[in-house]
Design a protein around this ligand. Structure first.
Ligand SMILES: [Zn+2]
Length: 175
């Protein structure tokens, strides 16, 4: 899947921005010198990966980023793999919340909707993880940094899901 940086322009605005994207997305990384990229599988971050923390901190402190945009996308091969992986349920369990419980929910949530819920929850969780880092939390608190989670649709449309720890997406209420 190729995501276009152009679609992100309204979100980026005039801020120096670090984009965290999925490694399989082939997000076009050419562009301007005020946009930086960091890619991981499924745009997932790892809480105890100190090298990763240092990279993110470098973009904020040395490159002067005032905004981090976490980009998830539909039809993500990484998420698809997690959904089909029966050997380790931990990542899936962390994402699913109520959806994993046997109950009426399972019957009424269409597979496509369920996929979107999981992708959106993943994005929101990665943003919340970023907000846990003190060097990020402190800057957000004084208005020097924004953390934004967005979803790319297959039509390259960008849907904003959360900003600075506040989620305002209707779909996740289904979960
Ligand atoms: Zn992906």
């Amino acid at each position: 899947m190729n995501l276009g940086i152009l679609s992100l322009r309204p979100t980026i605005g005039d801020q120096r921005t670090l984009i965290i994207a999925c490694q399989e997305c082939n997000l076009e990384q050419q562009g301007t010198d005020d946009v930086f990229f960091y890619t991981t599988l499924g745009n997932m971050l790892h809480r105890h990966d100190f090298l990763q923390q240092d990279i993110i901190r470098h973009h904020i402190e040395d490159n002067g980023c005032t905004q981090i945009v976490v980009c998830g996308h539909l039809h993500c091969g990484i998420l698809d793999h997690i959904l089909r992986d029966t050997t380790s349920r931990s990542v899936l369990t962390a994402l699913q919340f109520n959806l994993i419980k046997p109950g009426e929910n399972q019957k009424f949530v269409q597979p496509g909707v369920r996929e979107q819920i999981l992708v959106e929850l993943n994005i929101i969780q990665q943003c919340n993880l970023l907000m846990d880092y003190h060097f990020i939390r402190e800057r957000v608190a004084i208005g020097n940094l924004r953390i934004i989670g967005v979803l790319f649709t297959p039509d390259d449309e960008v849907i904003e899901l959360c900003r600075n720890g506040f989620s305002y997406n209707n779909l996740i209420s289904l979960n």
